[in-house]
Structure formats: structure tokens, C-alpha cells
Design a protein around this ligand. Sequence first.
Ligand SMILES: *Cc1c(COP(=O)(O)O)cnc(C)c1O
Length: 352
Amino acid sequence: MREKLLHRIASYPRIELIHRPTPMRKLAAITAELGGPEIWIKRDDLTGIAFGGNKSRKLEYILPDVLAKKAEVLVTWASLQSNWAMQTAAACARYGIKPVLVLFKTYDLPPEPDGNILLDRILGAEIRYREAAKGKIVTQEFALAAANEAAAEYHALGKKTYIAPVGGSMPSADMDRPLGAVSYVDAFAEMLAQTQAAGFSPNAIVHSTGSGATQAGLLVGAKALAPQTRVVGISVSDEKEPFAQIVWDITEALENELKLDPVAMREDVLVFDEYIREGYGIVNKEVAEVIRRVFTREGIVLDPVYTSKAFIGMLDLIAKGFFKPTDKIVFFHTGGTPALFPNRARLMEFLD
Ligand SMILES: *Cc1c(COP(=O)(O)O)cnc(C)c1O
């Protein structure tokens, strides 16, 4: 199974966007403070393109599909300060593809050139702002309609377009295969080689989950390569149900794509939605404090939308006894740090 799976993944066309392996180390100070479990961090915030993050792994597998389909314009959608949109724009720019970003205003941030929007603007991405309900991710149908409208304008100019789904997750629009999720099976294998070199196999992975492909990829990687490893997704936007079903749908599509006999089961999809708190992207005191804690103890900067909430969730699950004190946990830092800056006012309100 292991050899077959790794061989299959290695056969995918992939462009080189990231430095691999991304670093991994123990969070020694925080582990000591807690007195166990042992927490390690996988630095997927240091992938290397733009400011790094999980989306750059996905794009290594998605861009070859865009190139194979000879697209000149890539249209995608996301929320205002989206890491996906920025990383996609950066990858497209490198390959001479024009990025068109439909960005939804989901929370109380102005569309100013700050954080990821500043980076989008420096890259010269075309941005189309749209409204969405506060604290909510827009529905797929609504977003797709806006993306289709943008693509139609380019078609009328004779351009070939590719519409990529938000987060590169659910096979849909022009990405008809779960290519983003494939990259996180690869990431799991990369991490497992590192933990094995360090002399252990993790009991659990904890990560932030948003559109589902990171979780689906890690889950399939875990089930195929180290079945004792639980994959724990901390949701930042969607309620456990129906979100776990979305992860499951991507998981099934991924197993099918990889021609694997099914390895995961529906109940293996572990999603916690308690840590969404006030809503997607809303910075509160807990968020500000955990960013300060990890930064001061470990020198590592979490982001205010995804990884801070995942870290809060991990600490709370430890406190509640969900993990054993002897467990070894790998926390995936999935990136997102540019969003710190447009959130400066809220962060300072809680830290001053
Ligand atoms: C997109 C994103 C996630 C969630 O990944 P999904 O594959 O969309 O679930 C987590 N962390 C950061 C920083 C992200 O940008």
C-alpha cells in the first residue's frame, strides 16, 4: 500500500513552488509548560512562495492542470483577506497566467491594500469585490455565479479561462479532480519521514480546517501510512455538520483519484467547531493571547484567522483530556500570517 501510494503521488505532474521538506521541530517550551503531551510543529507556513502556507502545496498539483488546459486567465473566489487567493495569484504570476480574484467581504475589514490584499495588488491581480454575510463563507452557487460572470467577460475577449474552486478543495468548476487534497497526502508522508527520523510516529495531527482538502489529504495519508494517527480538524468557519460531510466527500473523491482501496471511514473525520467562537476571521482576546503566547515562548507567529484558532482548540482539547499526556501531537502551521496586519486594531485592543 505504502509503496503503491507514494509511487502514485510521485507520478502526478507537479510544479516546484515550495521548499521541501518544510521544517519540523518540537515546541519544547510549550510542551514543558503543559507537562505533556509532546507537541511538535510542522512549518507549512514556511513553504517559501509569497509568505508561505498550505495553499502553495495544493497549487503545485493544481497549476499543471491549469497549464495543461492552456488557460490564460485563472478565476477564483475567496474571502477578502484570503491566503488561497494571494498564493494562487503569486503562482499564476510566475507562470504568466492572469489572476482574477472575486473577493467576498465576510468580516469587518475594509478592502484596503493591506495584508493579503496588498500582496494581491502588488502582484497586479484583478480584484472584484463582492458582499457576503458577516461571519459567513459565501455559498458555492453564489460564488460560482460571480466567477462565471468574470470568466464570461474574458471568453468574450477570446481568452481561455480556468475557474478554480475556493481553497483548491472540492473538485468542482474546472478543477475536476481533488488535486489540492493530493498534495496533503504527500505532506503527511513528508511529515511521517521526519517524525520517524526523530524516533516516533505521531498519535495525532491537529490543524485548522476551512475548505476541507488539507484534512482529507492528511486523513488519507494517515490511514494509508500510519493508521494509529488521528487527524483532528479545528474548523474556523463551518459547523461540524455539514462540514464533516464535505471533508468526507473530498476524502472519497481522493481515494478514488488515487485508485486506493478505501482506507478512511466516515467516523475518522474529526471536526471540532467550538473554536469558531464569534465567527470566521473574528479576532477575540483568546486569539490575541495565543498569538502572543506562541510568539514569546517559541518565536513562531500564528495567524489570527486559522492557526490561532486551531492552537486554541488543541490546548483546550488537551485540557479536557482528549489527548493523553504521553501522546505526541504534530500541529500543522498552515500559514496565513499576512492577515495579522489588517487585524492590528483588534489585536492591540486585547494586548495593550
Ligand atoms: C486555507 C487555510 C487553511 C484551511 O485549509 P483547507 O484545505 O481550506 O481546509 C488553514 N490555514 C490557513 C492559514 C489557510 O489559509
